[in-house]
Design a protein around this ligand. Structure first.
Ligand code: 9MG
Length: 286
């Protein structure tokens, strides 16, 4: 397992082992409640479908469920705050006693406050808590937060991403954002960091970050959460459209864990859980 200096991630009333003897790589399952979701084509837009998808993920061995009401696909149109709440809140209410930590993927402080009051355990902000009110929205709770790096805005971030030293710059940005979160009263044991694969990065940037992922983890000493599932870099390497990227995504998840990730955010929970069981069996035999 990664050499995070933190052995646990406090996640609401859950304490997740992320390093050390008690830890194993954790699987965060993606539950999109967006009609325009890039990989499920709106399949889980209704509450019933979202709940049966969540039940299936639980049966498949998911560790955290990440609920999102706004598509983060490059160029996706933003949804209004009311629409985001309308999509996400019923799912949080319905799943809050499901026995798994609930994460909500949002960048809006009002949505953060409402989902935490409704029982969510984690806030996953693809903007890394840039909104001036966002740290205040989470500071009074015991939820985990995921601080993700993104260069630019979702609408334009893939137009011309540029870095002189992608690993150094992303690491420095994550370190700086983490310090701000701690200064805002959020305990380090509640924080995980994420390089934000595909968010203002070319395929070369993503591959460089994946190859050097341990450096990011060492930059903060905090657990790493990563998402590569079905992303365009997998499509570029394999030549496959989004609906045929499962094998490439599982391979990327294994590499991410080998290179220090504690949590992998995935669409294909059952396949990733099995692959990680094999990974662990081999690691513990060594
Ligand atoms: C919401 N979302 C889409 N991709 C993501 C990624 O790579 N990491 C995190 N934390 N969230 C993501």
């Amino acid at each position: 397992m990664p050499e995070s200096s933190r052995e646990y991630l406090q996640c609401g009333h859950y304490r997740l082992a992320v390093a050390g003897d008690a830890a194993r790589p954790l699987v965060m399952g993606i539950l999109n409640v967006t009609p325009d979701s890039f990989s499920d084509g709106g399949q889980f837009a209704s509450l019933d479908l979202a709940l049966s998808h969540a039940e299936q993920m639980i049966a498949d061995g998911v560790d955290i469920i990440d609920i999102g009401g706004e598509s983060t696909r490059p160029g996706a149109p933003p949804v209004s705050e009311d629409e985001e709440l309308r999509r996400v809140m019923p799912v949080v209410f319905a799943l809050r006693d499901c026995g798994k930590p609930l994460s909500v993927d949002t960048r809006r402080p009002k949505v953060m406050r409402e989902v935490l009051a409704a029982g969510a355990d984690m806030i996953n902000d693809i903007e890394g808590f840039r909104d001036p009110d966002s740290l205040a929205a989470v500071s009074d709770s015991d939820c985990a937060i995921c601080i993700m790096h993104m260069q630019g805005e979702p609408q334009s971030m893939q137009q011309s991403p540029h870095y002189d030293d992608v690993v150094g710059e992303v690491g420095e940005w994550l370190r700086e954002r983490t310090s701000r979160a701690i200064a805002a009263g959020i305990a380090a044991e509640r924080i995980c960091i994420d390089p934000g694969y595909g968010f203002g990065k070319t395929a070369q940037h993503n591959l460089r970050l994946l190859a050097r992922q341990q450096d990011l983890q060492h930059a903060t000493g905090l657990p790493l959460l990563v998402g590569l599932s079905r992303k365009s870099t997998i499509g570029l390497i394999t030549g496959k459209p989004v609906e045929h990227r499962m094998a490439g995504s599982v391979a990327a998840a294994l590499l991410a864990v080998t290179n220090g990730a504690s949590i992998v955010r995935v669409h294909d929970v059952a396949e990733t859980v099995d692959a990680l069981k094999v990974w662990r069996a081999v690691r513990s035999a060594g």
